[in-house]
Design a protein around this ligand. Structure first.
Ligand code: WT7
Length: 631
């Protein structure tokens, strides 16, 4: 540990052993960053050249504000780089994927060759159903190997996947299926959670009632008790579909700018945004960051605890690590089942060397005490990662000491669904400042500015922005070009992230939180408007306003203020009914933990509910400017 002086206060830095920098892929941060600054296009071209292209690009970048094209006219397929490329060399029989069931007993292992065969076979199955390049396919599955196989199979044939997290309820799922116009939905009969199987198929059945584009439902029947029934022409068994098809499916030749996937993320309005990522730029971005930020090496065992259904899983469970040729671990587990030692047990058992997780999990383990991790040998770990929300200094220190044994650097990676890849962190070997995500990685130009785009003084809060296009940036919001433009038009010339941040004199950036109406609960982004519209869809509710309340464990919990319609008296029973109503409409992650009945809600004269006033009152702080409030 090192102490150095900042403007006002004493600052604590943690400096990793110099060997980390010496042996890392990225080497010296300052040198790497200036190489990028000198010639951004040459910087990215050098990375892209490491990957396989059926034919090369004509230009690295074409920037027509706010639209970028990367690797213009280059032809490739991301699965060729995640699979085929490794079969030619020594990785042929290397373990690509290890899946572990939730109790730690069940295990499935795939070498690169085996994974390649499974993906090809399922891709041929999809083709048999008439799926062609450009078709949208919705994947709604628990964390099992087939979830990854389904994603890769879509990418193999150029179908656009839209993965929906398995914890979402029927209405959220319906919205996403309809939004993407999915032709096929892939699901499993069951998910397993805390020793119980929860049926998934009926959620889909409900979700596709008003989804006319859906032609087929592919159901993976896990051998968990009695198999669900498959009905009629529309439904097909996952492995039945794979019968009698070849294990050979050549990778579709994709243009760099063809769509790879759509991923829905909650917005400030009631409708989620379909973030669109394309093949070439996304591939280069996740390959680069997995290799250079996580320093993924041939002998690493890499475990990212996110569900592949979120962007973290897309980029850093599936596409990034496989494109680099890593060994990845996935698990359907809950961090405290069957006991809070399960993660540490898995790390010991598999010799996990890179662990990527979220502050909410770290804080939960912190609360449960160090006895659990101390029971296991965590000596294989060499790098720790965090993502999803600010890693507060207490959690940083606990993670650093108890899990990393003061040995392992922590990469606190700031990024978003929209950015596709890591944007800000402390590069391996650099001094880490707890509470701060770090600096722009080489390839990225982030800054903290005021509403006119002028940099704010060190130590003061402003808007976090990105000033230059980058390869894995979203290309548009699906069917909503106007929404896409808004990201770039709010602050002159910049991509507006939507977070508030502070940049200190040492250049480190602290991300404070969302400046718009998102609540991050246990690492999941919940749109206030989504929860409000779910509440309002209940017959007793007139209006609803939702706020996030800081919570030591979950980051935030959801509190809803509700006004009732006449004839519906307030009662505890009604509170429970409303919570349940949100649960079945949006899923358990969006459930309010508290409901307060109110006579009215604070509104502007134009009728917009001012949530910040409710929040200020709840937290006992000054509500700020209330001059625009009605009465
Ligand atoms: C928002 C993006 C990127 C994968 C996870 C969530 C917050 C993310 C950090 C971090 C502070 C963070 C931001 C961001 N966030 N990482 N390291 N420090 N805040 O992706 O659902 O698109 O959410 O998560 O508020 O804007 P997402």
């Amino acid at each position: 540990m090192e102490k150095s002086a900042d403007t006002k206060k004493e600052v604590k830095y943690y400096t990793p052993d110099p060997s980390y920098r010496q042996n890392s892929w990225i080497g010296d941060y300052g040198r790497a960053y200036s190489e990028f600054e000198k010639d951004p296009e040459a910087f990215w071209a050098k990375i892209a050249e490491k990957l396989h292209w059926f034919s090369g690009w004509e230009r690295v970048r074409e920037w027509n504000f706010p639209h970028a094209k990367w690797f213009v006219n280059g032809k490739t397929n991301i699965t060729y780089n995640c699979l085929d490329r490794h079969l030619l060399g020594e990785r042929r029989n290397k373990v690509a994927l290890i899946w572990k069931g939730e109790t730690g007993e069940e295990e499935r292992v795939f070498t690169y060759r085996q994974l390649y065969r499974e993906v090809n076979r399922f891709a041929n199955g999809l083709k048999k159903l008439g799926v062609v390049k450009g078709d949208r396919v919705c994947i709604y599955m628990p964390v099992i190997p087939e979830q990854v196989i389904a994603m890769l199979a879509c990418a193999r044939i150029g179908a656009v996947h839209s993965v929906v997290f398995g914890g979402y309820g029927a209405s959220a799922l319906n919205q996403r299926i309809v939004g993407a116009g999915a032709k096929i939905v892939i699901t499993a009969d069951m998910a397993v959670r805390r020793g119980k199987s929860t049926p998934l198929k009926h959620v889909i059945e409900e979700a596709i009632i008003n989804a006319p584009t859906v032609e087929h439902l592919i159901v993976l029947r896990r051998e968990l008790g009695r198999p669900v029934e498959i009905h009629g022409e529309m439904e097909i068994d996952f492995y039945e579909l794979c019968k009698d098809v070849s294990y050979d499916c050549p990778a579709e030749v994709m243009d760099a700018e063809d769509t790879l996937f759509i991923l829905y993320t909650s917005g400030t309005t009631g409708t989620p945004k379909g973030i669109v990522h394309t093949v070439g730029g996304y591939m280069v971005g996740v390959y680069y960051t997995t290799k250079y930020i996580f320093d993924l090496k041939e002998s690493d065992v890499y475990w990212c605890t996110a569900d592949p259904g979120w962007i973290t899983g897309h980029s850093y469970v599936v596409y990034g690590p496989l494109s680099v040729g890593g060994t990845i671990l996935i698990s359907e587990n809950t961090p405290d089942y069957p006991d809070p030692g399960i993660w540490w047990k898995m790390i010991e058992e598999y010799g996990v060397s890179i662990l990527y997780t979220a502050p909410t999990a770290i804080r939960m383990f912190m609360k449960l005490g160090r006895d659990w991790p101390d029971k296991y040998n965590l000596g294989s770990l060499r790098i720790l990662g965090s993502v999803g929300e600010p890693l507060n200094p207490e959690a940083f220190e606990w993670f650093y000491e108890v899990i990393g044994k003061k040995r392992c650097p922590i990469v606190d990676t700031w990024w978003q669904t929209e950015t596709g890849m890591h944007m800000i962190t402390t590069v391996l070997g650099e001094p880490m400042r707890p509470g701060f995500a770090g600096k722009s990685i080489p390839g990225v130009v982030a800054d903290v500015v005021d509403k006119d785009g002028k940099p704010v003084e060190p130590g003061r809060s402003g808007f976090l922005v990105i000033k230059e296009p980058w390869p894995s940036m979203m290309r548009t919001v699906y069917n909503n070009e106007e929404r896409y433009r808004r990201y770039w038009e709010m602050i002159p010339g910049c991509y507006m992230v939507g977070d508030l941040a502070i940049k200190e004199t040492d250049g480190n950036i602290m991300v404070i939180g969302r400046s718009d109406d998102l609540i991050i609960v246990s690492g999941h982004n919940i749109g206030t408007a989504e929860v409000e519209s779910a509440l309002v869809s209940h017959k007793a509710v007139a209006e609803a306003a939702v706020i996030g309340k800081p919570d030591p464990l979950k980051g935030n919990t959801i509190k809803a203020f509700v006004t009732l319609r006449v004839g519906h008296p307030a009662s505890d029973k009604l509170k429970n009914e409303l919570i349940y109503h949100v649960r079945i409409t949006l899923g358990p992650i969006a459930m309010p933990s508290e409901i307060e009945f109110a006579d009215s809600l604070p509104k502007t004269r134009s009728g917009k509910i001012v949530r910040r006033v409710l929040k200020a009152r709840e937290m006992g702080v000054d509500p700020g400017d209330i001059s625009t409030l009605d009465e």
